[in-house]
Design a protein around this ligand. Structure first.
Ligand SMILES: Nc1ncnc2c1ncn2[C@@H]1O[C@H](COP(=O)(O)OP(=O)(O)OP(=O)(O)O)[C@@H](O)[C@H]1O
Length: 621
C-alpha cells in the first residue's frame, strides 16, 4: 500500500514515523540489550551521579539508570496501549449501541454516559486504582474504565449520524439483528474518527499511567516503568537531576509521538476529504461560442480512478440547451448521466479527471474563469436538483436558513430581503411560507423536493439540472413536480436538463431527448418522435421496454436484453454491439460517430433501424 503523496511530503509525518520507529525498536530490543544491566545490582555503585560507565547515574541498588529507562520502554508502552484499547473497545461498543437500541435503551445509555462524564477521568482512575489494588493490572483496568465514558460519548455522537441514514433503515427493514446492524452498518462507518481519537488517547494514557506509577498506584517493584523511575529520581532531583529528567523526557517523547501520529492521520484524512473544485490540469480554453445557448458542451469526457483501474464513464459527450428548453437525458443505470451533470456543475468526486473541448454556461467559458469566478458563476447561473432531497438538505438547519444562505452569500442580500425572497420561492413551488421555520425531517418527500426546487430558484439560474428529481416520489407527486418545473421554465425561461431513466416521463415532459449508453450519446431527437421514429437499436429497445396499460399481462415485461459493457475493459466498436440483434461486422470494429439523420435527429449507429421495424426485435436474445 503506498502512502498518499501529501503524507510523503510532510516533514511532520516523517518526524512522527521516526519517533514511532525508535519507540517500537526500543520496546522490542531494549530488554534484550540492556535488560541484564538494568537488573544487575552493584553495591559498590549505589546512588552514583552521571559517569562514563553510568551516563545518568545509578539507583539505590547500584543499577544502571540509563539501562532501566531504556528497558522500561516496553512495559510503559504496552500498559498504556492495553489501557487505551480496553477503554476504547468498551466505550465504543457502549456508545455505538445507542444507534441500534430502542428509544428507552438509548435514553438510558445516554443518561449513563452523561453521568459518568461528570466525573474527572484522572480522579476516577486514581480512585479505581486504589479499589482494584496497587499494581500494573489494577492501574490498566482503572485507566481503561476511566476512559470508557469519553469514548462512549464520541462513539454515541458519531453513531447518531449513522442512525438516521437510509442504509441503516434499509438494513432494519431487512430484519437484521441489533448486533448485525452494529457490526456491519454502524461501526464501519464511524471507525475512522474513532481510530484517530484512540491514537491520541494512547498518549494521554501513557502520561496517566506514568502518573499512577509515580504515585505508587501503578507498576510495583521489582517491576518498573517510566513513572516509577521518575518517582525514584525525584527523591534526589536537587542533587542529581538526570535520574528524574530522563524518565520524564521519555514519557514526554512517547506521548508526543502518539499525539503527532493522531495529527498526521487527521491531516491525511482531511486532505483526501473534499474534492478540489478544480480538476487538474488547467483546461485549455473552450472552442468558439455558439450564440444564444445557455449550455454548450462539446466532447466532454470523465475519467475516474477505481481500485481495479481507471474507467471512462463519460466519453465525448456533446450537448447544448437554449433558454427555456427542456432536454431529457435518458439511459440505463450506470450509463453516465449523473457524472455528465456533475462534470458540468464542477462537482465531480475526488480524483476524477475531466476533459472537454467546450464547456460554456450562459456564454462564459468555465475554463477561462479563475476558480473563484467559476464558483460564483456556477452558483448563480446553475441549480442542481438532486435525486434524493433527504440527503441534499442539511438535517440540522431550518429550511429558511438553507434557502437564504446562497443569496446572502452571492448577492449580499440582507437577512430580511433574503427571507422575503425565500417565502416567495416557497409560494412558487406551492408550499406555505410557514415551512421556512421547519427542518427537513418535518417535511414529506414531495415537499422536500419542492424545497430543493425553491432553493434552486432563489439564485434565478439560467440552467436547472434536475437529476432524477422524481425517482423517489410516487406517481402523483411526480406529476406535480414535473408540472411545477414546466411552470417555472415558462415563468423564468430557465433551461432544464432533465435526467431520468424513465423514458415515458422524459418523452412526455421534455422537448428534446438525448439517449445515453455506456458513457456516450447514441441518439438525439425531438421527444415527440421518441415513440415512433427512434432509429438507434438501444433507444428502440428502451422505448419497447416501457409497459403500457394495453400490454398483455400474461407475458413478461420486455427488457433490454444483455448487460452494458464492462467499463474496465472497453472494446473497440459500438458499445451496444454485443446486445444488438442487427449488428454487422463493422459494428465490432469501429465506434459509429453521432451523425445527422435529418433536422433535429442525430444517431450514432452504422445501421440505424428502419422506422417500420418492430422495436421488440432489435436486441439480442
Ligand atoms: N465515484 C465513483 N467512482 C468510481 N466509479 C463511479 C463513481 N461514480 C460513478 N461511477 C461509475 O460511473 C458509471 C456512471 O455512473 P453515473 O452515476 O453517471 O450513472 P447514471 O447513468 O447516472 O446511473 P443512475 O441512473 O443509476 O443514477 C457507473 O458505472 C458507476 O459505477
Amino acid at each position: 500500500m503506498s502512502l498518499p503523496s501529501g503524507l510523503r511530503r510532510s516533514p511532520m509525518a516523517w518526524a512522527t514515523a521516526a519517533m514511532l520507529v525508535s519507540l517500537v525498536a526500543l520496546a522490542l530490543v531494549g530488554p534484550l540489550l540492556w535488560g541484564a544491566a538494568a537488573d544487575r545490582p552493584d553495591p559498590s555503585a549505589v546512588l552514583q551521579g552521571p559517569s562514563a560507565e553510568h551516563p545518568i547515574g545509578t539507583d539505590s541498588l547500584g543499577r544502571d539508570l540509563l539501562a532501566r529507562v531504556l528497558t522500561a520502554t516496553r512495559p510503559s508502552l504496552l500498559l498504556a496501549l492495553a489501557a487505551t484499547l480496553l477503554g476504547a473497545t468498551a466505550g465504543v461498543l457502549i456508545g455505538a449501541c445507542t444507534a441500534v437500541l430502542g428509544r428507552r435503551g438509548r435514553r438510558l445509555t445516554a443518561g449513563l454516559i452523561n453521568l459518568l462524564l461528570a466525573f474527572p477521568a484522572l480522579l476516577v482512575a486514581m480512585f479505581l486504582a486504589v479499589v482494584f489494588g496497587a499494581g500494573a493490572a489494577g492501574a490498566v483496568l482503572a485507566l481503561a474504565a476511566a476512559g470508557v465514558p469519553g469514548f462512549a460519548r464520541l462513539a454515541q455522537t458519531l453513531a447518531a449520524g449513522v442512525a438516521g441514514t437510509d442504509h441503516l433503515a434499509a438494513a432494519r427493514v431487512l430484519g437484521l439483528r441489533r448486533h448485525q446492524l452494529l457490526w456491519r452498518h454502524v461501526l464501519p462507518n464511524i471507525a475512522e474518527p474513532l481510530l484517530l481519537s484512540t491514537t491520541t488517547a494512547a498518549g494521554t494514557a501513557l502520561v496517566a499511567l506514568s502518573g499512577l506509577s509515580f504515585l505508587g498506584l501503578g507498576v510495583q517493584p521489582p517491576g518498573y516503568d517510566w513513572g516509577q523511575l521518575l518517582s525514584q529520581g525525584l527523591d534526589r532531583i536537587y542533587a542529581e537531576p538526570l535520574p528524574a529528567l530522563a524518565p520524564g523526557l521519555a514519557v514526554l517523547y512517547a506521548a508526543l509521538a502518539f499525539q503527532l501520529l493522531g495529527e498526521v492521520l487527521a491531516g491525511s484524512v482531511a486532505r483526501r476529504g473534499p474534492a478540489p473544485r478544480t480538476p487538474a490540469p488547467t483546461p485549455a480554453p473552450s472552442g468558439p461560442a455558439e450564440d444564444g445557448l445557455v449550455l454548450q458542451v462539446e466532447d466532454l469526457s470523465v475519467e475516474l480512478p477505481t481500485p481495479d483501474g481507471t474507467i471512462r464513464p463519460v466519453r465525448g459527450v456533446c450537448l447544448s440547451l437554449r433558454p427555456g428548453e427542456v432536454v431529457g437525458l435518458v439511459g440505463e443505470s450506470g450509463s453516465g448521466k449523473s457524472l455528465t451533470a456533475l462534470a458540468i456543475a464542477d462537482l465531480l468526486p475526488y480524483g476524477a479527471r475531466v476533459s472537454r473541448r467546450t464547456l460554456r454556461l450562459l456564454g462564459a467559458d468555465l475554463a477561462a474563469l479563475t476558480p473563484k469566478e467559476r464558483n460564483r458563476h456556477l452558483a448563480t447561473g446553475l441549480s442542481v436538483i438532486f435525486q434524493n432531497p433527504a440527503s441534499a438538505l442539511n438535517p440540522s438547519l431550518r429550511i429558511g436558513t438553507q434557502l437564504t444562505e446562497a443569496v446572502r452569500a452571492h448577492r449580499g442580500a440582507s437577512r430580511a430581503q433574503a427571507a422575503a425572497e425565500a417565502a416567495d420561492a416557497l409560494r412558487r413551488v406551492a408550499l406555505p411560507p410557514a415551512l421556512l421555520r421547519s427542518r427537513p425531517h418535518q417535511l414529506s418527500g414531495g415537499q422536500r423536493q419542492r424545497v430543493m426546487i425553491a432553493s434552486g430558484l432563489m439564485v434565478r439560474p439560467g440552467l436547472i439540472i434536475a437529476d432524477e428529481p422524481t425517482t423517489a416520489l410516487d406517481v402523483t407527486v411526480q406529476r406535480q413536480i414535473t408540472r411545477l418545473l414546466t411552470d417555472l421554465r415558462r415563468d423564468t425561461s430557465a433551461a432544464i436538463l432533465f435526467i431520468s431513466h424513465d423514458v415515458a416521463l422524459v418523452g412526455e415532459f421534455c422537448e428534446r431527448v438525448l439517449v445515453m449508453y455506456a458513457g456516450t450519446i447514441v441518439e438525439s431527437l425531438p421527444a415527440d418522435r421518441l415513440a415512433d421514429s427512434a432509429r438507434h437499436p438501444y433507444t428502440r429497445a428502451l422505448v419497447a421496454s416501457v409497459p403500457d396499460l394495453t400490454a398483455d399481462r400474461g407475458r413478461p415485461l420486455p427488457t433490454v436484453e444483455g448487460a452494458p459493457p464492462d467499463p474496465l475493459a472497453p472494446e473497440p466498436g459500438c458499445p451496444f454491439e454485443p446486445r444488438c440483434s442487427l449488428r454487422q461486422d463493422r459494428c465490432a470494429e469501429q465506434a459509429p460517430p453521432l451523425e445527422d439523420l435529418d433536422a433535429g435527429h442525430r444517431v450514432a449507429c452504422w445501421h440505424p433501424v428502419p422506422v417500420a421495424v418492430d422495436p421488440k426485435t432489435v436486441t439480442a436474445s
